[in-house]
Design a protein around this ligand. Structure first.
Ligand code: NAD
Length: 475
């Protein structure tokens, strides 16, 4: 059991004051394996002031100097991959093999990529009699969720630091251990005091200080649409920039001419990664009515291979959910779906055969487009199938959501798939199961948010424009 007792403020580990802690549970055993301190408003304010004081000198450093620190952080993460992967497998529940590859490998790439983007970035441009320069926006408050915890932190903190901003991070209280290890790595990299600060705490206490403090210039938030709305409301009082990365209910639209086997298997994978606890998970599979029976058989065979198991077991394909609360919420949705008349294609609300752990069976339900489960973000291993009769109806269903984050289109005719993809109002669409691209913009339409992360698009979020005008030379 590890007891963390400090926040990280102004380049130092500082004893937390409240005496209150968060318990961090191992998702497989349900045991408490670590605790972190619960921060106060005063501690969050101290961290903001430290970031403010550090901004002038950090933002004036040559880009290469800032990126040199980031290179050290990349090395530190590589050196501690096993420890980091194990911590995330325990606190989030993702199987260890995947956790190391995705939850640590992703951040290693994205820290390095932030430095690469900054090094290549064109910082100024002549426009008529103006010189347009890009400058770091200032102090950034970063608030992050538990599902891909280190990566969500990385996609904010790495580009913000590379751009010349200073940062206060409030990680998820449910999976905070990765953030503690990262902070140790950042400390060892020797960043100047105040450039990076970490305060653990609840959203309403520490998170709301970051969203509302007048010395914070930008708040970058990833989490639920509910909390994102609150952050936006608070931030509006000081007109700070707000980047919101929120929930999703993405559709995988299988057109009638698609390779059904590949499309159904691909949709299931894109739904079930991290036990469905992925914002851009393809959680609605849209299938032509005429091919439903065929699709159902393929889905039943594919899902049977997703065996549940302990997150630290190398052979586990699907781990437990993050917490008891999340398990109960997801079970509640499955039960509600069945009450509303869903057909159970696979899985269901029966308890999986484990004495301990927040397990839920991977479940597929056929629902109608108007049902609750076709609308709500479930955030668990639950795929809904919705059938359609023609393409116009399929596109209408795909767009019939308050969200617009990810999605997929499957067809043997790629040009046709692209034409359909252009009509879906969402930030990312994979054509025929194409892989994730860490340099393409990631973010949402509608209530999935208003920010973009990844590569140069994510980097530019942390910059301001400044225009310097010159008098035209007199003839
Ligand atoms: P959450 O909204 O409960 O919490 C996210 C973070 O916000 C946490 O750090 C929490 O403490 C903080 N928070 C909560 N209330 C707050 C408040 N009033 N003020 C300031 N901060 C507050 O979300 P979660 O359960 O941790 O994560 C799951 C959600 O995150 C899902 O909806 C998922 O779709 C979304 N998500 C989105 C993306 C994306 O890039 N779009 C990525 C990952 C997760």
């Amino acid at each position: 059991m590890t007891h963390y007792t400090d926040h990280y403020i102004n380049g130092q580990w500082v004893k937390a004051q409240s005496g209150k802690t968060f318990e961090v549970h191992d998702s497989t055993t349900e045991e408490v394996f670590a605790t972190v301190p619960q921060g106060t408003r005063a501690e969050a304010e101290q961290a903001v002031l430290a970031a403010r004081a550090a901004f002038d000198s950090w933002s004036q450093l040559p880009v290469e100097t800032r990126c040199g620190y980031i290179d050290k952080i990349v090395q530190g993460l590589k050196d501690r991959t096993d420890e980091m992967g194990t911590a995330i497998a325990r606190e989030v529940g993702m199987p260890i093999k995947l956790a190391k590859m995705i939850q640590v490998g992703g951040p290693v790439f994205n820290w390095g990529n932030a430095a690469k983007v900054a090094r290549r970035f064109v910082w100024e441009d002549k426009v008529g009699n103006s010189l347009v320069v890009r400058e770091p926006i200032g102090v950034v408050g970063c608030i992050t969720p538990w599902n891909f915890p280190l990566n969500q932190i990385t996609l904010k903190v790495a580009p913000a630091l590379a751009a010349g901003c200073t940062v206060v991070l409030k990680p998820s209280e449910i999976a905070p251990i990765n953030a503690m290890i990262l902070t140790e790595i950042i400390h060892a990299a020797g960043l100047p005091a105040g450039v990076f600060n970490l305060v653990n705490g609840t959203g309403p206490e520490v998170g709301e200080v970051l969203a509302s403090h007048p010395e914070v210039d930008m708040v970058s938030f990833t989490g639920s649409t509910r909390a994102g709305k609150r952050v936006g409301e608070l931030a509006s009082q000081s007109i700070k920039r707000v980047a919101l990365e929120l929930g999703g209910k993405s559709a995988s639209l299988i057109l009638p001419d698609a390779d059904l086997e590949a499309a159904v298997k691909g949709s299931i994978s894109a739904c079930m990664l991290n036990s469905g606890q992925t914002c851009s998970a393809h959680t609605r599979m849209l299938v032509p009515e005429s091919r439903y029976e065929e699709a159902k058989k393929i889905a039943q065979t594919a899902i049977a291979k997703l065996t549940l198991g302990p997150s630290l077991d190398e052979s586990t394909r699907l781990g437990p959910l993050v917490s008891a609360a999340q398990r109960d919420r997801v079970m509640g949705f499955i039960e509600q779906g069945i009450q509303e008349g869903a057909e159970v294609v696979a899985g269901g609300p029966q308890k999986p055969p484990f004495d301990k752990g927040y397990f839920v069976q991977p479940t597929i339900l056929r629902v109608k487009a108007i049902d609750t489960l076709a609308k709500e973000e479930i955030f668990g291993p639950v795929l809904v199938i919705i059938t359609y009769t023609d393409e116009a109806e399929a596109i209408r269903i795909a767009n019939d959501s308050i969200y617009g984050l990810g999605g997929g289109v499957w067809s043997n005719d790629e040009a046709h798939a692209v034409a359909v993809a252009r009509r879906i109002r969402t930030g990312q669409i994979d054509i025929n199961g194409a892989p994730f691209n860490s340099n393409a913009p990631f973010g949402g339409y509608k209530q999935s948010g208003n920010g973009r992360e990844n590569g140069k698009f994510g980097f530019e979020e942390f910059l301001e424009f400044k225009a310097l005008q010159f008098k035209p030379a007199t003839p």
